[in-house]
Every structure is written in C-alpha cells, then in structure tokens.
Design a protein around this ligand. Structure first.
Ligand code: GUN
Length: 297
C-alpha cells in the first residue's frame, strides 16, 4: 500500500492565520474594532514562556492587540483573581488566556471559573464545557481539539458515521475532542491508560486521535489500514546524536505512515493549529461581544 497522505498542519495553520488577519483588517475598517487577547503567565516555566511568546507574536502579526501579563511564581490567588476581574471589565480585551499549569498555591478551577465565559478563548469555563457537551452552538471551544477537527474535515470531508477513537481523556484535548467528533456524527470511543486491549480498540478506528503524552505509544499494527491518524503528542526525547533532543508524537510515525490513509507529523501537524485556532477564537469572541456578524473562518 502507498504511504499515508501527510496532513500538513503547518500549511493549514498559515492559511487560517492569513484568513484571520484578513478578517481582522475588515473588522477594523468596517467597525473600528480591533480584537484583543490578554495572556496571563504565572511563574518561570521555560516551555510556557515559549508558548505564550508565540501566542503574543502571532496575535500581533494577525493585526490584533496583545496584552501580556507576566506574574511572579509566588503570586497569590487573590492577586490573580483581581487581574482576571480587571481583564473581564476591559473593553479592549476580547480573549483571556491563563497559561496552564498554574503554580500549586493557585486553584486553577477557581481561576477558570472567574473568567467571563464570552472571553474564555480556551473554552475551559464550565459554561463553555457545558455548551460543547450539550451541542449548543456559540460557546468557545478549546483550541487544540478545534484544530484537530479542522484538519480532519479538510482531509476527509464529511465525518458522519465514521468510527472515531480518542486516546486520552484530558479536559484540554481528549474530552472536548470526543464531543466535537460526536457533534460531527461520528461513533466515538474515549480510550485511556486503563483501557483493556487498547491496541484492538484503536484498530477499530477510522479516525484515531492520540492525546496521551506518551512518546511513540501507538504502534503501526494498532492502526486500521487507511485510517486518519491525528497525533496531538509533543514529547521531547533523546536524539540520535549525544546530548541532542528531538520532538516525537504519541504515534510511531515511521510505522504508522505505512498503514494509515492520512496522518499528521510531529512537528508540523497539530502543533501549529493550536495558536491559529486561538487567534480565530479571539476574533470570533470580539465579533460576538460587539454583536458584529462573524466571518466564516
Ligand atoms: N497549557 C497547555 N495547553 C494549554 C492550552 O491550550 N491553554 C492554556 N491556557 N494552557 C495550556
């Protein structure tokens, strides 16, 4: 069988960012509206710093406003909640993103609950979680699963009736991914580390989404021939040269590409879609808050 089609998330994300930038320019010209994203980063985690810096840079590149709030690792709950209240009330801010994980002295659930659901561009507030679970349109949807869904629809077209297996049950990816696929009329299974005979569960999948954070866990013979494989994993492992590291996904790509019908690489697959979807969500949040018709992005 021919190798799988490579789903180029980097290219798709570039296109989406360009569409967001064009829509932002039109919003400004027609309505004098410039979408604004506030990011909040507590502490010094180097990986989180890189993620948030990329979010800020790409927000500005799309013609939107970026408001970054770096806070000390020792910041207390009350100070963080006071900042959230200020951002909720700020008319220039349409999206609020508090980078997770937060330091242990802070209760993440209370912080997320304090964000205005209309500005919760992560889609983590219970109001948005509930809307997605209930199939009610108009809520904010988490960015990474939204990006996965866009890639799947682009690669496969209509997803109705397909068997989808999501490996991973996190609130950030696995659970919202399952709801999005259910919304597309897939038959959805959520599998996880305690699932019995995970390999044969995966082998049922027309669509296999791997979001477990375990390097190369999904092997070639776990994949149904012709399946679409979406690899959300970003795992840093030792490289072939001493002292060097490299990024690998949750899927053994070299084996899977021989079996799958289409597959996302790591890097260059799902990763770039997360920020592109964040920009899209910020623009759509600005439209919703100002009751301006939403562009089709
Ligand atoms: N940390 C890892 N992924 C995410 C995400 O999608 N949003 C936020 N806020 N923090 C994260």
């Amino acid at each position: 069988m021919a190798d799988a089609k490579i789903i180029d998330g980097k290219l798709f994300a570039e296109g989406l960012r360009a569409r967001v930038a064009a829509a932002a320019a039109e919003l400004k010209a027609k309505h004098g509206l410039v979408p604004g994203l506030a990011t909040v980063l507590v502490g010094d985690d180097p990986a989180s710093h890189v993620y948030v810096r990329n979010k800020n840079t790409q927000t500005v590149a799309a013609g939107m406003q970026s408001f970054h709030h770096p806070l000390a690792a020792t910041t207390g709950q009350a100070d963080l909640l006071a900042l959230i209240a200020k951002l909720n009330a700020d008319p220039a801010v349409h999206g609020i993103l508090v980078q997770l994980p937060l330091p242990q002295q802070i209760d993440s659930d209370s912080v997320i609950a304090a964000i205005d659901p209309a500005k919760d561009v992560d889609g983590f507030h219970l109001m948005n979680v509930g809307k997605l679970a209930a199939g009610i349109a108009g809520g904010n949807v988490p960015c990474t699963p939204m990006g996965c869904l866009m890639l799947l629809k682009d690669a496969l077209g209509d997803l109705a009736g397909k068997s989808a297996v999501v490996v991973g049950r996190s609130n950030i990816v696995g659970k919202p991914m399952a709801h999005l696929l259910l919304g597309e009329s897939c038959t959805v299974t959520i599998a996880h580390s305690r699932t019995r005979d995970l390999a044969s569960v995966c082998r049922q999948a027309d669509i296999l989404v791997a979001a477990v954070g375990r390097p190369l866990m999904i092997q070639g013979d776990w994949i149904k021939p012709g399946a679409a494989v979406i690899d959300v994993g970003i795992n840093r492992v030792a490289g072939t040269e001493p002292g060097k590291t490299k990024l690998v996904g949750d899927v053994d790509f070299a084996a899977a590409v021989k079996v799958a019908g289409s597959i996302t690489p790591v890097p260059g697959g799902v990763g770039p879609m997360t920020i592109a979807c964040l920009l899209r969500s910020t623009l759509l949040a600005a439209c919703a808050i100002h009751r301006v018709p939403a562009p089709n992005l």
